[in-house]
Design a protein around this ligand. Structure first.
Ligand code: NDP
Length: 597
């Protein structure tokens, strides 16, 4: 596409004006968890809870969280010969975020070939370039079965307390189901997006109709199913959805097709680029899938989003498109003149172009000019989660569907009969809360437990000034414990499973080494932890979520990140640099910085 002429000053002023409309005094406190008076909304609608006796035994490895992190770490540990791995999971089955998010249209926004872990190991070929949620959930089950992870798993179980037993050199784990068992090693992979939240609106509990959060979809009420069958019970219902983030973008087309009337309450429009999903062809896949293909694809994707100039782009999607534009701009500058300022300016130019195309797309697709205008996103692409969809904007052309734009103010309150916004009441039968998940709260509060390490020192104390680890995995004073999450490592947000697979490889290598050598304990030294934290600070930091962005969870609702949060960054040279570095560290066999005893 030819470059669009953009008045950058005018655009920046518009971005600032739109941001100003959305800044609020209450920041993250504008939300409330599905607890207390809202705890009914948190009930698992998918799997009945089974009675069981409390568990009081010992396992070699206990992993908290049965999403991709627990499954992949469990798989790698099994491959390394650790037979008794126990996964503890609050949902009724494996899947983590994919267990809970069964709303209609749920789909992966990163290409299945790189997003779905362990495809080679389990022999699964994804059916589509961007797989839908049921396939991903089934894949989680497949991993669980393939690696024998079901036998020892505890579902519908929340960990309340973990404590290091200095004398026995093992962890004591206590849960919501009365379990009190021990483990030589623990892993923690509780994920960033598992605590659902509602807007803290007056009157939520007074509403007389039906309401639910998207992660607890009530198919009894709506009809249909996660596989995409029509939500046929909505044919005579007036439905409201609050929120227009990545979740809403995916379920709105289904609601629009089924409901008698659909009102979409919007505070901030999402940027919605084209999706171009397509089935994966068997013959094409057989050609691609030679041994080691998935690692190669993951590395290629990471390289394409990095600062180098990779020759090929295997994934070819919306993420790599922006990166390619930045590189094309960079090529116009002689390498001798590359400075951080020029790189950032090149990024800004590409972003302005991309977002203008996305805004023009909204205006071109939506029939009603006012609605099309109101669906335009006025911020840089990485200020909020970029969305990709080929039916979302089109849904506003359905006669049933109406956008209720609130010009940045949002819904004001809930009434007995519906929603109050823009100074008036909208009566509805059902309210769907597509209001997201807690992100900007501390780890301990989100995970629900505060690990007590050596000498009873709590993780919250160790991290009081900010996160401290080596490689995002090891914490000084917390022996035989591993965190699985992206920060302080690759921090590769465009494909989170890549971080997980990599950490799982590292954990398995370390545990296998400790077991073969007959060690009781492995621990990072405080000096090695400090050196890694210092090294991370030499980078530019994250380039998303700055305070010039419109408010959202990427920038702590516009408040920006605290001094503590600033430690959540990745390798200074980017994700690929981290993956290359850690590969060498793992293979060296010396595990520099760790102490085995
Ligand atoms: P988000 O936090 O992204 O969206 C919440 C929405 O609720 C926003 O549009 C927000 O508006 C709106 N909202 C909150 N309060 C009000 C109010 N009072 N009135 C009107 N609107 C309000 O949650 P999602 O569940 O959509 O997405 C969370 C994350 O989950 C994504 O960012 C992504 O990382 C992940 N995800 C991934 C998917 C994938 O890979 N396929 C699919 C879906 C989600 P505002 O923007 O103004 O704050």
């Amino acid at each position: 596409m030819n470059a669009i002429t953009i008045d950058k000053d005018a655009l920046k002023a518009k971005y600032a004006q739109e941001r100003g409309k959305r800044l609020r005094q209450d920041g993250s406190a504008q939300y409330v968890r599905l607890e207390g008076e809202f705890s009914d909304l948190a009930t698992d609608p998918y799997t009945p809870q089974k009675d069981r006796e409390p568990v009081t035994d010992h396992v070699t490895f206990a992993f908290i969280g049965g999403g991709f992190a627990g499954l992949v770490a469990g798989a790698r540990l099994k491959e390394a010969g650790i037979d008794d791995v126990r996964i503890i999971e609050k949902g009724g089955d494996f899947g983590g975020t994919w267990y809970w998010n069964r709303y209609p249209g749920a789909q992966c926004d990163t290409a299945s070939m790189i997003y779905m872990p362990l495809l080679e190991e389990t022999g699964h070929m994804p059916s589509e370039k961007y797989a839908h949620a049921p396939e991903i959930r089934n894949h989680c089950s497949r991993i669980g079965k393939h690696f024998g992870l079901y036998e020892n798993a505890l579902f519908h179980t929340e960990v309340n307390d973990i404590e290091w037993d200095e004398e026995a050199k093992r962890w004591i784990i206590r849960t919501s189901r009365g379990d009190a068992f021990t483990a030589k090693y623990i892993g923690m992979g509780t994920g960033p997006l598992h605590v659902a939240k509602l807007p803290r609106l007056a009157g939520i509990e007074d509403f007389k109709g039906k309401s639910f959060h998207t992660s607890r979809w009530d198919y009894e009420y709506t009809g249909g199913n996660p596989e995409g069958a029509s939500l046929d019970k909505l044919v005579d219902k007036r439905v409201a959805i609050i929120g227009t983030g990545a979740t809403a973008v995916q379920c709105i087309p289904h609601l629009a097709r089924a409901a008698k009337e659909l009102l979409v309450f919007q505070r901030t429009p999402s940027s919605v680029d084209r999706r171009d999903n397509a089935p994966i062809d068997d013959d094409w896949f057989s050609d691609v899938a030679e041994a080691g293909w998935q690692k190669k694809w993951q590395e290629n994707f990471a390289a394409n989003l990095g600062i180098g100039f990779p020759e090929e782009d295997l994934v070819n999607d919306g993420w790599t498109d922006l990166a390619k534009r930045v590189r094309a701009n960079m090529r116009e500058i002689p390498p001798s003149e590359w400075t951080p300022e020029k790189i950032l300016a090149s990024f800004e130019d590409s972003d302005f172009q991309k977002m203008e195309e996305i805004r023009r797309r909204a205006a071109a697709i939506v029939d009603d000019p006012d609605t099309g205008e109101n669906l335009k996103a006025w911020y840089r692409q990485l200020c909020k989660r970029p969305c990709f969809h080929d039916e979302y904007l089109q849904a506003f052309n359905e006669p049933s569907t109406r956008l209720i734009d609130t010009d940045g103010k949002g819904v004001e309150r809930i009434t007995e009969n519906g929603i109050y916004a823009n100074g008036k009441e909208y009566e509805v039968d059902c309210i769907v809360y597509a209001s997201g998940f807690e992100v900007s709260v501390d780890y301990v509060s989100r995970s629900g437990f505060d690990v007590a390490g050596k000498g009873g020192r709590k993780l919250s104390e160790h991290w009081a000034e900010g996160m401290r680890t080596k490689h995002g995995l090891h914490i000084a004073g917390f022996p035989n414990a591993f965190m699985v999450q992206p920060a302080q490592a690759a921090n590769f947000i465009a494909n989170v499973p890549h971080n997980i697979v990599d950490h799982a490889d590292t954990i398995a290598a370390i545990v296998a080494h400790a077991e073969v050598e007959g060690h009781d304990m492995v621990e990072v030294t405080p000096e090695a932890e400090q050196a890694w934290v210092d090294f991370l600070q030499t980078g530019l930091g994250a380039n998303i979520g700055n305070t010039e962005c419109t408010p959202g969870y990427y920038n702590n609702e516009g408040e920006g990140w605290s001094d503590q949060d600033r430690f959540m960054q990745g390798h200074p040279q980017g994700a690929s640099a981290y993956f290359n570095y850690i590969d060498g560290w793992r293979k060296s066999g010396t595990f520099d910085g760790l102490k085995f005893a």
